[in-house]
Design a protein around this ligand. Structure first.
Ligand code: PLP
Length: 390
């Protein structure tokens, strides 16, 4: 990995300690260049003509995303966020009263809100796979729950928003195949930091966002839809003329591709930005990114463990590049003040984003740091010194 070149390509990384790639990362400068180029051409030609002229470039978005996930272009949809991808999948599943959604304690807040909304409106039941003491999913219990509940949908956050836990998506995918359940993987925090192979993961759907570890623009997301799901005729409840063709007064035909999950109106300039970001990640290599991130986050956890009064809250036998911590006897405001004063960019995660997890950990708020491969070991050491002084 050519870290010097990577940092040269990242204008935002030089004048601060940027540790918020789990929030909204720093894009490579070519991402904005592609967006601006496209917008300037829209100014000259108008959006409709330009989209026709750029057909090959637009197809390139689907190819890059397919390469990222080891699938085909036809299985990729562009969306505006991970939440939109997720909601479109939920709307595609014909839930009836009593149907079970099987999830985990570490799923995203908006996912839980959507499950609760489905429960209120359609009587869907929500069940959760339990975890072991170290935070890993209890796979034996997961198998039993699939047997017992025959869930209509199994879904989990690969990496939650609120800690560095990596949930064993591959093992759950395998169980879903064995039990013939639909599997929706929320890869919002893993896309761009871990290699993802939808065939190995055995997922029917995978949702992701552009702005986090993929380093794309805000307002972008993507969705993978398997052939298994497409062949079942699953489609969002509110399709539009991109996803289907109105063939007769009372009939329509669904697109055979994942684009049935898209809407006709799209921000093509942003799509070009996301294509550039994914292309950049593909070129650096997801294995390389994962290795570097693992080194950075292990170093940060080790440094924090050596500091008096600091408690790190991440669990699991496999941890990602999200580090959550707090210093004893200090308020979160004390942490925020000190970190901001030292030009550290970070997030604070609150219990209302992680009701099950933070209740179990007995915390209201934690500081969340999320290094990415453009960060350096020196930055991690500088950060540890700042945290020591809080
Ligand atoms: C695990 C996880 N899933 C889903 C989302 C939602 O992503 P978006 O805001 O792009 O909809 C987030 C955002 O933080 C997340 O961390």
């Amino acid at each position: 990995m050519d870290i010097e070149q990577i940092r040269k390509d990242t204008p935002g990384c030089h004048d601060k300690l940027f540790l918020n790639s789990a929030g909204s990362s720093l894009p490579p400068k070519t991402v904005n260049e592609r967006i601006i180029e496209y917008l300037e051409e829209e100014e000259r030609y108008g959006g409709y003509r330009l989209a026709e002229m750029k057909r090959a470039g637009i197809a390139g978005f689907y190819q890059e995303a397919a390469l990222l996930l080891n699938t085909s272009s036809k299985n990729i949809a562009f969306t505006s966020s991970a939440t939109e991808s997720f909601a479109r999948v939920l709307s595609a599943i014909p839930f009836n009263s009593g149907d079970v959604i099987l999830t985990t304690d570490n799923d995203y807040v908006s996912s839980f809100l959507q499950f609760l909304s489905l429960k209120e409106r359609f009587g869907v039941e929500i069940e959760r796979i339990q975890h072991l003491e170290n935070g890993d999913l209890d796979l034996e219990q997961a198998a039993k729950m699939m047997e017992q509940h025959q869930p209509k949908l199994v879904t989990l956050a690969h990496i939650p928003t609120s800690s560095g836990l990596v949930q064993d998506a591959e093992a759950i995918g395998k169980l879903c195949r064995e039990h013939d359940c639909l599997f929706l993987l929320d890869a919002c925090q893993s896309a761009g930091q871990l290699p993802l192979d939808v065939n190995q993961l055995n997922c029917d759907f995978l949702s992701a966002t552009g702005r986090k570890f993929l380093r794309g623009p805000r307002g972008t997301g993507l969705l993978y839809v398997s052939d298994h799901a497409l062949n079942q005729g699953l489609a969002p409840l509110f399709i539009d003329l991109r996803g289907a063709t109105w063939t007769e007064p009372g009939k329509y035909e669904l697109s055979r591709k994942a684009r049935r999950f898209e809407q006709w109106e799209m921000p093509y300039a942003l799509m070009m930005g996301l294509k550039e970001a994914i292309g950049y990640a593909n070129q650096v290599g997801l294995e390389n990114i994962a290795r570097k991130n693992s080194a950075l986050s292990n170093l940060l956890r080790k440094e924090l463990a050596g500091l008096k009064g600091v408690q790190v809250y991440d669990r699991g036998s496999h941890k990602a590049s999200i580090i959550t911590f707090k210093k004893e006897n200090l308020t979160i405001q004390d942490h925020v003040h000190m970190l901001q004063e030292n030009n550290v960019f970070f997030s604070v995660t609150s219990r209302d984003s992680a009701i099950y997890d933070y209740t179990e950990k007995g915390v209201e708020q934690l500081v969340r740091l999320s290094p990415h491969y453009f960060n350096t070991e020196e930055e991690i050491s500088d950060l540890a010194e700042i945290i020591e002084q809080i």
